[in-house]
Design a binder for this molecule. Sequence first.
Ligand SMILES: O=C(O)CCC(=O)C(=O)O
Length: 289
Amino acid sequence: MNTSASHERLEADGASSAGRAPAVSAAVVEEFQARGVVVLRGAFREWVEPLRAGVAAVMADPSPFERTVRPDDGSPPFFQDYCNWNRIDEFRRFVFESPAGAVAATLMRSAHARFFHEHVLVKEPGTAVETPWHHDQPYYCVAGEKTVSLWIALDPVARETSVEYVGGSHRWGCTFRPTRFNGTDLFANDRTERVPDISARRGEFDLAGWAMEPGDAVAFSFLTLHGAPGNVSETVRRRAFSARFVGDDAVFRDLGGLGSPPFRDIALADGAPLSGPEFPVVFPPPAAR
Ligand SMILES: O=C(O)CCC(=O)C(=O)O
């Protein structure tokens, strides 16, 4: 567990434009760089209501990418959908008008922040569906050192329901085989190493996780291993909006449209700098460039 409470603080200062970020202290940046994960208290409080409205809109009209896991034990589902920012007004406003891009650029120590995609994750009260331990990098058609996801809580999240992160795993120097939730291969690939059984060896790792309030966020690298239990609450939903950014070193990795998200229509060459309307630069905002 993270004991450095001073590193947990990031209080939103009322900033609401992409050009004006809440202060992210040097200590927070250092912790993100060293541990691969840091909690940002209250950073997106004013975005909770718009994002909840966006989540409701997606759930009412999911995209073709929607994946809802319905557990065999009959407990409630785990809803997931992604890449909806361009059709859901609240999400598009978040991408371009919230301080998320500025926060991401600061944490990544990047001259700019480019939006990669967003992911909606809703664990209904009582769902038994766990999020298996994984890291996101092997699923993605992008490579680079500068990456960050902002997992924003839209409900109160108790510690026993929270996502957990393996501190320092972003520096292990390896990526693990990308699999689906059920353990089958997502696509043919030459990675043989599987994610270690973190749950069985908890004492060996620097596990980080936090009880959260709506508007708190956890920032973590695409390489940081993470996983989550089911939603042990019988009454409180666990709605989350995970916004993903890459920095100025991002290049396209051609996965033949087989990654997750698949991004089947990208015309970039393997290794080319990531660009294009699917991945807008959101910080600095256009007026400041
Ligand atoms: O919300 C969860 O349970 C998992 C989140 C996750 O895997 C992610 O945001 O990359």
